[in-house]
Design a protein around this ligand. Sequence first.
Ligand code: NAD
Length: 286
Amino acid sequence: MAQLIDGKQLSDQVLREVASEVELLKGEYGIVPTLAVVLVGDDPASQVYVRNKVKRAEEVGICSIAHHLDVQCTQDKLNKIIDELNNDPQVHGILVQLPLPSHLDEEEVIAAINPAKDVDGFHPLNVGALASGRASLVPCTPQGCMIMLRQVHPDLSGKNVVVVGRSNIVGKPMAALLLQENCTVTMAHSRTKNIESLCRNADIVVAAAGRAKLINADWIKPGATVIDVGINAIEVNGKRKLTGDVDFESVAPIAGAITPVPGGVGPMTIACLLSNTTLAAKRQLA
Ligand code: NAD
């Protein structure tokens, strides 16, 4: 049976480190790291994500400022709020909860955020820095996955890794981080041929496709490490349940190590967001 990589336990460890950084920043420099979270509209999943981020921030002593805007908010109004937050010296991190309602231009909004306050790491300057191996603010989910992988593989050099999914927020930055650690990275996606056999040859599979239970035991080499980023809501016996992109029941008996859903990558993402916020606050001291 695979070793379980416990995201809850590991994220608690990261959060303890963040809390002591926050104490240091308060004590030595008199600054309270502050995260502004902007939510547009009433998407229930986004509301839950924002609530969790704000709650965790408060637990580690980070001040959070929530801006909840009406679903009909205009691009100009949103840009104006971003501009105010960019220019507010009390705000160290800015997060705009995605997805935005369809009338708003996400790319324009992301590009409007001051890169030094871009704690999601989505601004083109931060994306470029990551691609060229000089990252400062690294996207939170792949950052969390790397911490989990290092628990099992202190040295990732030479590992064959398949990343399933090529989104800007997970798949692409994940591949960049793995390359930096000298992994041999294959990016698979919805048009990839023979995806199953590609995965079966991998030492590590990172699943970020957003397809419930896409990956089963036939896709996994015995002893491989499996990181499941997916969060999919499915119905089991009439009840809503969260499941990953990996069929945990079939894969866990043959994998070497595996992350659960829930309690895996999710908590790590929030911990890394708060870690990015203290990092951004420290950098803004200079
Ligand atoms: P996305 O929809 O932007 O991208 C999905 C990617 O998967 C695409 O590149 C697509 O080509 C690929 N894909 C889709 N179907 C596929 C298939 N059948 N085979 C191979 N590839 C396929 O999604 P995203 O934003 O990257 O998120 C992926 C999943 O991760 C979702 O379930 C999302 O909810 C979850 N997620 C979790 C966290 C977390 O903190 N745990 C954070 C972000 C995203």
